[in-house]
Design a protein around this ligand. Structure first.
Ligand code: NAD
Length: 309
């Protein structure tokens, strides 16, 4: 949710009954994050969190500075993601915060559990952005998570409708983490053209870049992404060979200018499930009813199959 997790959207998600998350690195500095946190508080009195993602970066961010700024501003819920989160998790826990750590493997989830996180976000291969390198889909990851983890977890990747939410609850998740779906809401700060592009897309419209650099990212399949993939396929590609194509600064222009082909932008295969641009409240209210109906329908199936036995 780089460039998307801003006060306007995070507050709308929290107001609608979800847990809105500000993406720290979207802000240019820790002080700018302080301003964003204060702005979010003006827009909602409900809880919201801050995400800090630790991945290779063209300009390494001041992670500690962002973390300190958010804690000092009174944020109590953090989502961490990426490599070597230990020191950040330790810091947040020492300040009494609730930490959700995003993992793409069960072994990483177990390590995070040992580090003392409160909740895990189990991120299947369907997800936007960085799915890790093991290529395990959500169904298998969640089934393993429920058997092996001691703490609660939410499901991430491939969820964009009530049926998906009901499915992950049935798998044992305490909730769902959604990015791509919330990108395509009224309150999302991205250009209307990109929201309409998501609505028009199918599940075949994403692609992986950075596979050869072991920093795989699922992004929207556009001209720039295909150029990056072509360079990687030639072999021996170094990050420098694709740096100008993939830079986040360039990707940001996609959302600002509304041209889906200017740069790289994250999208999960859930683009294939999205066919409207609702407000966050309309969407979550509708899902509440639909999930209950789906679960009631499943109960009926269970009862009638037991009766047949
Ligand atoms: P950026 O402009 O620094 O880098 C653009 C992309 O190139 C990012 O995906 C980054 O991981 C990758 N990258 C940078 N240096 C690399 C290297 N040496 N080797 C391999 N890959 C490299 O990033 P940005 O778009 O300004 O985003 C800022 C931060 O937020 C980055 O750390 C990025 O990874 C992270 N982010 C995370 C997600 C996610 O799925 N969690 C999505 C977007 C961005």
């Amino acid at each position: 949710m780089q460039w998307v997790g801003v006060p306007q959207l995070a507050s709308a998600v929290s107001e609608a009954g979800g847990l809105g998350i500000l993406t720290a690195l979207t802000q240019p500095s820790p002080d700018a994050l302080r301003v964003a946190i204060r702005e979010t508080r003006k827009l909602t009195s409900k809880p919201f969190g801050v995400n800090i993602t630790l991945l290779p970066s063209i300009n390494p961010p001041d992670y500690e500075g962002y973390a300190r700024a958010a804690v000092e501003e009174g944020v109590k819920i953090f989502e961490t993601a990426g490599n070597n989160p230990g020191p950040l998790i330790k810091y947040f826990k020492s300040k009494g915060c609730y930490v959700i750590h995003k993992c793409t493997t069960i072994r990483h989830a177990k390590s995070a559990e040992k580090l003392g996180v409160d909740c895990l976000s189990i991120d299947g291969f369907e997800c936007a952005g960085h799915p890790g390198e093991d290529d395990i889909g959500g169904l298998v990851l969640l089934a393993r998570a429920v058997k092996e983890l001691k703490i609660p977890f939410v499901a991430s990747g491939g969820i964009a409708d009530a049926r998906g939410l009901a499915a992950v609850l049935a798998m044992g998740a305490a909730g769902a983490n959604m990015g791509t779906r919330f990108m395509c809401t009224v309150e999302s700060p991205i250009h209307q053209n990109i929201k309409e592009k998501i609505v028009a897309s199918t599940e075949r419209d994403t692609v992986h870049i950075f596979r050869t650099l072991h920093n795989t990212a699922r992004v929207f399949k556009n001209k720039v992404a295909m150029e990056v993939v072509a360079i990687e396929r030639r072999g021996n590609a170094k990050f420098e060979d694709i740096k100008d194509l993939v830079s986040g600064a360039r990707g940001r222009l996609v959302y600002e200018k509304g041209d889906p082909d200017i740069g790289i932008w994250s999208a999960g295969i859930a683009v294939g499930l999205i066919d409207d641009i609702p407000t966050c409240e309309e969407m979550l209210k509708k899902w509440e009813v639909e999930v209950e109906d789906i679960v009631a329908g499943l109960n009926k199936v269970v009862i009638s199959s037991k009766a047949k036995l």
